[in-house]
Write a protein that binds this ligand. Structure first.
Ligand SMILES: Cc1cc2nc3c(=O)[nH]c(=O)nc-3n(C[C@H](O)[C@H](O)[C@H](O)COP(=O)(O)O)c2cc1C
Length: 308
């Protein structure tokens, strides 16, 4: 079940996604932290953040809309309060998600994390508005993305995963830019910009008006984006977006992902990540797949071969 990417080895390719698994330690009584491939922490900023005003989460017919506003305890508290707790689980693999509103914020967080033990990689959330560039997200602006990734890579003493925003015209182009700027791996997708309205009050369902859509509603779009990204870059891909079942995870691997992340599914079933580890083992056994890594990019399109 082992997979390798960016110089990292994971016991299996199932990773808990950022923002849906706290700082990992909160799940210690629910999930065997050493059994899952890895988990990604809630996004950390330079200073603690309170997030947006409620309501900031609503259910939609096949997903979840959130505008949490990147609430987090800040990098210093993570290092002093959360990371030491994780030492009790020496085989747990922690990836830290990093964000900021300026390039210097990202660099400052990475520099603070560099000297800490117990982190295997950084995941850069580029879906934040760039305050220097008029609020456009780093992930939607090719020039800003290139600069951010290059600066983050220069600062990082660990592998750098760049988590792309799906709210772009060409995901392949953004992935190529991130790869050329030094990303060791790409993760995608983050949430899709969306909204919901309460027709009785005629008000937006979220205080923030718009939010990010996740869960089964986005799965086919996220899968298409992973497929396109796999064609655009040769660095490893961590795929996510609406994964609930084992077959969902297998689809992402076949489309080109080396590992997958599971987010919203943990809200309905807090044990979802561990369930998927077991599910994938069973699936591989019943399909005579000896190495799960062999599934990556194994999508077959016979009619394309016939043409060439
Ligand atoms: C409540 C919530 C909070 C999230 N917080 C973060 C975050 O801090 N950083 C980040 O990169 N992604 C964050 N995400 C995005 C998820 O990690 C994931 O990319 C997205 O939800 C799609 O996967 P899913 O459909 O399995 O949830 C958050 C998602 C949700 C639902």
């Amino acid at each position: 079940m082992t997979v390798r990417f960016a110089g990292i080895e994971l016991a299996n390719p199932i990773i808990a996604a950022s923002g849906t698994f706290g700082y990992g330690i909160e799940f210690e009584d629910i999930v065997d932290l050493e059994r899952i491939g890895a988990f990604v922490s809630k996004g950390l900023s330079r200073e603690p953040m309170a997030g947006n005003e409620p309501p900031r989460m609503v259910h939609t017919s096949a997903g979840m809309l959130n505008a949490i506003g990147l609430q987090n305890i800040g990098v210093a508290d993570f290092l002093s309060k959360k990371l030491p707790e994780l030492k009790r689980y020496p085989k747990a693999r922690c990836i830290v998600n990093v964000f900021g509103y300026q390039v210097t914020d990202y660099v400052a967080v990475i520099e603070q994390l560099n000297d800490a033990e117990g982190i295997i990689a950084y995941e850069l959330n580029v879906s934040c508005p760039n305050v220097h560039e008029g609020g456009m997200t780093f992930g939607a602006d090719p020039g800003a993305l290139e600069y951010l990734v290059a600066r983050a890579k220069a600062a990082a003493k660990r592998p750098l995963i760049v988590k792309l925003s799906p709210n772009v015209t060409s995901i392949g182009q953004m992935a190529r830019i991130a790869a050329l700027a030094g990303a060791d791996a790409i993760s995608l997708t983050n949430t899709f910009l969306a909204m919901a309205i309460d027709v009785e009050t005629r008000q937006p369902a979220l205080r923030n008006i718009t939010g990010g859509l996740s869960g089964p509603a986005i799965k086919p779009i996220a899968l298409r984006m992973v497929y396109e990204t796999a064609k655009a870059v040769s660095i490893p891909i961590l795929g996510m977006g609406g994964i609930v079942t084992t077959e969902d995870a297998v689809e992402f691997l076949m489309a080109g992902a080396t590992a997958v992340q599971v987010g919203t599914a943990s809200y309905a079933d807090p044990r979802a990540v561990e369930r998927l580890v077991k599910g994938l083992e069973t699936w591989c056994r019943s399909h005579n797949v000896e190495r799960v890594a062999s599934l990556t990019g194994s999508l077959s399109i016979p009619w394309l071969k016939e043409k060439s």
